[in-house]
Design a binder for this molecule. Sequence first.
Ligand SMILES: [Ca+2]
Length: 193
Amino acid sequence: MPDWVQDAIFYQIFPDRFCNGDVGNDPPGTRPWGEVPTRESTFGGDLLGIAEKLDYLESLGVTALYLTPVFKAPTNHKYDTEDYFQVDPVFGGNEALQKLVEKLHARGMRIVLDGVFNHCGERHPFFQDVLKKGCASPYWDWFTIWGTESSGNPSPTTPAGPASPRCPSGTTETPKCASTSCRWCATGCASTR
Ligand SMILES: [Ca+2]
């Protein structure tokens, strides 16, 4: 664990629900701000909105942000990641993350991303390749699959794995996981989970 974490004051943010900085990127069906949320509802929060609240966060004594997943995914929580190299456009895309990082660094603040590299969404191309090719897929061993056939409707893998059947469980013991984490740290993010 890096030394700076010992004294850091983290503020965890669920981006869809924190602040809507750009109504132009709101997903279809976005609900009015302040409405009682449901499990699936979206409110249009994004990374520009977080950047607009940095004065407020700094006034609280916050020194580091910890964001729940921001990569492209169909749900509001984005734990069902489809593309680990693309910040979801509804959050402002990669450019918005880069600008947020720069604004945080200007204040001496850090950011940690919840990479959730231990599983992905069922739409992820590697899992789709497994569905298509079965054991012949080069990604077969990247997922936790019991038996000899994969399913487009994977079962939950709790307690050790994700609870959602939309999130097939995988392994982090792959070079791709390490390189993906490095890619985002290279943008200035302090770390990934
Ligand atoms: Ca928005």
